[in-house]
Design a protein around this ligand. Sequence first.
Ligand code: HEC
Ligand code: HEC
Ligand code: HEC
Ligand code: HEC
Ligand code: HEC
Ligand code: HEC
Length: 418
Amino acid sequence: MIQLNRITAKFGFIVSIVFLLFFANSVRAQDGKALFQTNCASCHRIDKDATGPALEHVEDRWPSRDKIIAWVHNSAAVLASGDKYANDLFNRFGKTQMTKFQGILSDKDVDAILDYIKTEQDKQPATATAAGATTTQASGSDNTLLYAVLTGILLIAVFILWQVNTNLKKVAAKKEGQPAIAAIPWYRNKKVITIIAIAIFIYIGFWLSSNAIGIGRQQNYEPRQPIFYSHKVHAGINQISCLYCHTNAQYSRHATVPPINVCMNCHLAINSYSGPQLKDAEGNDIDGTAEIQKLYKYAGFTPGPGATFDASKAKPIPWIRIHELPDHVYFNHSQHVMVGKVQCQTCHGEINKMDEVKQFAPLSMNWCINCHRTTAVQFKDNGFYSIYTKYHEGLKNGTIDSVTVQMIGGTDCQKCHY
Ligand code: HEC
Ligand code: HEC
Ligand code: HEC
Ligand code: HEC
Ligand code: HEC
Ligand code: HEC
C-alpha cells in the first residue's frame, strides 16, 4: 500500500520534470532566435542567400554539428586546415571573412542557434535542396509534440496507479472486516481537484504573463509614412551614410530623424526620380517624382525657374515613430555606436535594403541582455576601462580571451532602468 503511494508520488514527480523540460525546450528555441538575430542576421537569412549563404539545411552540408561549431568559432582556422567544402564556399561568397565568434558564443549558444534554424526551416516548404533532405529533416527536429505525448502517457499512468491504489485499499478494508469506505469518484477527490487547479493556475499564469510582457512590443512594425521615403534608394543605391541624416546617433541618446532642411540640401537640385521602379509593401507602384513633390509641399518650396521658399507654408513632416522603448528603459545610441562600435544594422537590420522601414529587433529586455552577455567590448587600449585591472591581467596571461558587456556590469538592472 505504502509502496504504491510512493510509486504514485514518483510518477507525479516525473510528470512535473517532463513539464519543466517542455518549457525549457521552448525557452531554448527562443534563445536561439535571439542569438541568431543579434549575431548572425546581419549577414545570414535562413531561406535565401545574403552576405553569407542561406542557412536552411546547413547541417546536411557538413559532416557533423561539431564541425559547424568549429567553423562559427573560427572560420579562418577551418579554411586554413584546407577543408575543400569550406574553401569552395569562401570563394563562392567573394572571399568574405565571417566574424569570429570564439569567446563570444559558447558551444551551447551555437547549438541553440542551429536548433532555431532547424525549427524555422521546417516551417517553410523546403526549397530544392538535396532530394530526401526534407523527409529526414522533418522528423525529430521539434520535440514539442514528443514531450506533449510523453506527458499525456505519464498522466494516464498516474491516474491508473491511483485507481489501483484505491481499489486495493477497498479490498484490504473488506478483508479486515471493516465497512467498505464509500468510493469517492475521482472528480470529487480533493487531491485531484487541487492538482488540476494548480496546473490550470500555472498554465494561465504563464500564458498571461508571456502575453502581457509582449504588450507594446511591435517587432516587424512597418507603418505607411507620409512620404514614401526609401532607405534603399538613399542609403543603398546612392550610398548616403546613415550618419549624414542620423548625425545625432554619434553624440546623443537619440538618433533622431533628420529635419526637412537636411532633405533640401540635395532636393533643391534633385526634383525627379529616375531610379528603379519603387513598390510598396502591397506591391503597388509608387511614383518617386510625385513623392518628391510631397516633400516640396512640406518644405513650402516651389521648384522651377524662379523657385521660391515660402516659410509660412512650411511644416514638419509628420513621420510615424517606429522604434520606441517604454519610458522606464534607458538606452543610449552614442554609447553603442561610438563606444561599443555596434553597427546600425546589427540592431536595425538591413535598413539600406528596405524601401519602407520595418522594426527588425524585438526590443525586448531579453534581446538587450542576450547581446550584452555575448558581445565583447572594445577593451584593449580603451582608457575608459583602465579601472578593470583584473580583466586586463586575465587578457594578458590568457585566462580569458575577451571581456563581455556583462562583465563590466551591462546586465545590472540600474544600468537600463531608472
Ligand atoms: C560578417 C558577416 C557574417 C556574420 C555576422 C555571420 N556569418 Fe556565417 N558566413 C558568412 C559568409 C560570407 C559565409 C560564406 C563563407 C565565407 O565566405 O567565409 C558564411 C558561412 C557560414 C556557414 C556555412 C554555410 C554553408 O552553407 O555551409 C555557417 C554554418 C555560418 N556561416 C553560420 C553563422 C552563424 C551561426 C552566425 C552567427 C553566430 C554567422 N554565421 C554570422 C558571413 C557571416
Ligand atoms: C537621406 C537621409 C537618411 C539616410 C541616409 C538614412 N536615413 Fe534612416 N531615416 C530617415 C528618415 C527621413 C526616417 C523617417 C521615415 C522612415 O521611417 O522611413 C528614417 C528612419 C529610420 C529609422 C526608424 C526610425 C523610427 O521611427 O524608429 C531607422 C532605424 C533608421 N532610419 C536607420 C537608418 C540607418 C541604419 C541608415 C543607414 C543604413 C539610415 N537610416 C540612413 C532618413 C535617412
Ligand atoms: C544596440 C542597438 C542599436 C544600435 C547599434 C543602433 N540603434 Fe537605433 N535604436 C535602437 C533602439 C533600442 C531604439 C529605440 C530607442 C528609444 O525608444 O529610445 C532605436 C531607435 C532609433 C531611431 C528612432 C528613434 C530615435 O532614437 O530617434 C533611429 C532613427 C535610429 N535608431 C537610427 C540608428 C542609426 C542610424 C544607427 C547607427 C548609426 C543606430 N540606430 C544604431 C537600437 C540601436
Ligand atoms: C545626400 C543627398 C540626399 C538627401 C540628404 C536626401 N535625398 Fe532624397 N534622393 C536623393 C537621390 C540621389 C535620390 C534618387 C534620385 C534618382 O534616382 O533619380 C533621391 C530620391 C528621393 C525620393 C524618390 C525616391 C523615393 O525614395 O521614394 C524621395 C521621395 C526622396 N528622395 C525624399 C527625401 C527626403 C524626405 C529626404 C530627407 C529626409 C531626402 N530625400 C534626403 C538624394 C538625397
Ligand atoms: C547588438 C548588441 C547590443 C544590443 C542589442 C544592446 N546592447 Fe547595450 N551595449 C552593447 C555594447 C557592445 C555595450 C558596451 C559599450 C561600451 O563599450 O561601453 C553596451 C552597453 C550598454 C550600456 C552601458 C553598460 C555599462 O556597463 O556601462 C547600457 C545601459 C546599455 N548597453 C543598454 C542597452 C539596452 C537598454 C538595450 C536594449 C534596448 C541594449 N543595450 C541592447 C551592445 C548591445
Ligand atoms: C540591458 C538592459 C536591461 C537590463 C540590464 C535590465 N533590463 Fe529590464 N527591461 C529592459 C527593456 C528594454 C525592457 C522593455 C521590454 C519591453 O518593452 O518589452 C525591460 C522591461 C523590464 C520590466 C517590465 C516588464 C517587461 O518585461 O516589459 C521589468 C519588471 C524589468 N525590466 C525588470 C528588470 C530587472 C529586475 C533587472 C535586473 C535583474 C532588469 N530589468 C535589467 C532592459 C533591461
